[in-house]
Ligand binder design. Structure first.
Ligand SMILES: NC(=O)c1ccc[n+]([C@@H]2O[C@H](COP(=O)([O-])OP(=O)(O)OC[C@H]3O[C@@H](n4cnc5c(N)ncnc54)[C@H](O)[C@@H]3O)[C@@H](O)[C@H]2O)c1
Ligand SMILES: O=P(O)(O)OC[C@@H](O)[C@@H](O)[C@H](O)[C@H](O)CO
Length: 384
C-alpha cells in the first residue's frame, strides 16, 4: 500500500502516520516545513513516546518525506493507494491544487486503481470540503472519473498530541497519550477498505464526529480559554482548578444533552465518556499549553464549530446553555500575540464593538437576545 500523509506535525507523526507505518504502508510525509521534511527524509525514523497507562516507546521506521508543493508530490499522488491529511482546516484549500494536479497525472497515466483520501482534521466532514476544493481545481470533464475512482472519506480523529518539548533530543520524536480513536465513513470508500489496525469504520459517522468535536473539543477549548483568564499555563493546571472544571463539565453536559437527543446516545455511557475526557485533560505526563488548545479562536467561534453548534443545539431542543455561554465569552477574551486570529479578534472587538463582532463571528444574526447574553458575560469577565 502506497500512502502519502500531508502534514508531518503532531497528529501526523504521532497518530495517523504511525498507524499507516504499522500497517506496512510505504509511507511518505508531505509538508511545507522544509527543515522538517529534510530531517525526516534524512533520518527516515522517529520515536513515539506513549505516556500514561501502558506507557511505552514505539519506533516508526522506513518513512520518507517530500515538500508538499513539488513535482515529487504530484508524481506520488498519481501512484498512491491512500492519502491522509492533518494540516489544519484552513490549509485544506491550499493542498487542493497539488492533489488536483496529482489526480490529473494519475488519469493521464491510465491508473484506474481505486484511491482513497481521508482528511483527519477537527472539523465536520473535512474530507467532503476538501473534495469540493479539489474538484474546483480540476477540469469538469475529469469530475466523472474522480467520482468513479477516488473515495473522499470523512473521518473523526481523537488523540491528544501536544508539540514535543524543545528539550527533546530528537525534534522528530512525539509524545502522545495512550487513548486514540480514528473512525472513518465506510460508505465513502472506493475499492476494499484498507486494512489498517486502529482505523475503525462506521456507516453512522456524523454521530461520532459530533460526539468527539462537541464533547472533547468543546470542553478542551473552554478549559483553555478559562484557563488563560485564570492565569494557568497548561490544560492540566486549568482543569484541576475546581471553578474551571465546573464550567467545563457543565458545558460538556449541556452539549452532551443535545447529542443524546440528536443521536440517541445512552446518557449513562455519555456521562462516562465525559468523565474519561476530563481525566485525559489531567494527564500529568502531557504538557499541553492553553495556547495550543485555544489556537485560532475565530475558527473555534464560527457557527459550525465546537462552541456555537452545541449552543444552537440547546436552543433547538430547549435545553440549558449557561456554561456554554461562559465558554464563548471566555473565547472572546482569549489573547495571544503569536496567534493572528487572536489579533484579528481584538481588532474587530475594538473597531466594530462586541455585539457586532459576536453576531458576525458566531453567525448569530437571528439571535440578538442570545448575543446580548454573551456580551454581558464577556463584559463582566473584562471587569474582573
Ligand atoms: N494535535 C492534536 O492533539 C490533534 C488531535 C486530533 C486532530 N488534530 C487535528 O489535526 C490537524 C493538525 O494538527 P496538529 O496538532 O498536528 O498541527 P501541527 O501544526 O503540529 O501540524 C500541522 C502540519 O501541517 C503542515 N502544513 C501546513 N501547511 C501545509 C501544506 N500546505 N502542505 C503540507 N503540510 C502543511 C505544518 O508544517 C505542520 O507540520 C488539525 O486539523 C487538528 O485539529 C490535532
Ligand atoms: O486542533 P484544534 O485547534 O482544532 O483543537 C485543539 C485541541 O482541542 C485538539 O487538537 C485536541 O488535542 C484533539 O482534538 C484531541 O483529539
Amino acid at each position: 500500500m502506497k500512502a502519502i500523509h500531508f502534514g508531518a506535525g503532531n497528529i501526523g507523526r504521532g497518530f495517523i502516520g504511525k498507524l499507516l507505518a504499522d500497517a506496512q504502508a510505504e509511507l511518505t510525509f508531505a509538508d511545507v516545513n522544509q527543515p522538517l521534511v529534510d530531517q525526516l527524509a534524512h533520518q527516515q525514523h522517529y520515536q513515539v513516546n506513549v505516556v500514561g497507562e501502558n506507557a511505552r516507546v514505539e519506533q516508526v521506521n522506513r518513512v520518507s518525506a517530500i515538500h508538499s508543493n513539488s513535482q515529487d508530490a504530484i508524481r506520488q499522488i498519481a501512484e498512491a493507494d491512500i492519502i491522509t491529511t492533518a494540516v489544519g482546516p484552513q490549509v485544506l484549500s491550499k493542498i487542493a491544487s497539488t492533489l488536483a494536479q496529482g489526480l490529473i497525472a494519475r488519469h493521464q497515466s491510465g491508473n484506474q486503481q481505486p484511491m482513497n483520501i481521508i482528511a483527519c482534521e477537527n472539523m465536520v466532514r473535512g474530507t467532503s470540503q476538501l473534495k469540493q476544493h479539489v474538484l474546483l481545481a480540476m477540469p469538469t470533464e475529469l469530475h466523472g472519473w474522480v467520482e468513479e475512482h477516488v473515495g473522499f472519506v470523512d473521518s473523526a480523529v481523537d488523540r491528544i498530541v501536544p508539540p514535543g518539548s524543545a528539550a527533546n533530543d530528537d525534534p522528530l520524536d512525539v509524545t502522545v497519550e495512550t487513548f486514540s480513536e480514528w473512525i472513518v465513513d465506510s460508505t465513502q470508500f472506493k475499492g476494499q477498505l484498507p486494512d489498517i489496525a486502529g482505523m475503525e469504520s462506521t456507516s453512522n459517522l456524523m454521530a461520532y464526529i459530533e460526539r468527539k468535536l462537541f464533547t472533547l473539543n468543546t470542553g478542551h477549548a473552554i478549559t483553555a480559554y478559562l484557563g488563560q483568564l485564570a492565569g494557568h499555563k497548561t490544560i492540566r493546571d486549568a482543569i484541576l482548578d475546581p471553578a474551571i472544571r465546573d464550567v467545563v463539565k457543565g458545558a460538556m453536559t449541556e452539549s452532551g444533552d443535545v447529542l443524546i437527543k440528536r443521536y440517541g446516545f445512552d446518557p449513562v455511557q455519555h456521562a462516562a465518556y465525559i468523565e474519561k475526557i476530563l481525566t485525559r485533560f489531567e494527564n500529568p505526563y502531557l504538557h499541553d499549553d492553553v495556547e495550543r488548545v485555544g489556537r485560532q479562536p475565530l475558527r473555534k467561534l464560527s457557527e459550525g464549530d465546537r462552541l456555537i453548534k452545541p449552543l444552537r443545539g440547546t436552543l433547538e431542543y430547549g435545553l440549558p446553555y449557561s456554561n456554554l455561554v461562559m465558554g464563548i465569552a471566555a473565547a472572546l477574551s482569549y489573547r495571544s500575540s503569536n496567534d493572528p486570529q487572536a489579533q484579528e479578534m481584538v481588532d474587530r472587538l475594538r473597531d466594530n464593538g462586541v455585539t457586532h463582532t459576536v453576531t458576525q463571528v458566531c453567525g448569530l444574526q437571528d439571535e440578538p437576545a442570545l448575543v446580548a447574553q454573551i456580551v454581558n458575560v464577556y463584559n463582566a469577565m473584562q471587569r474582573k
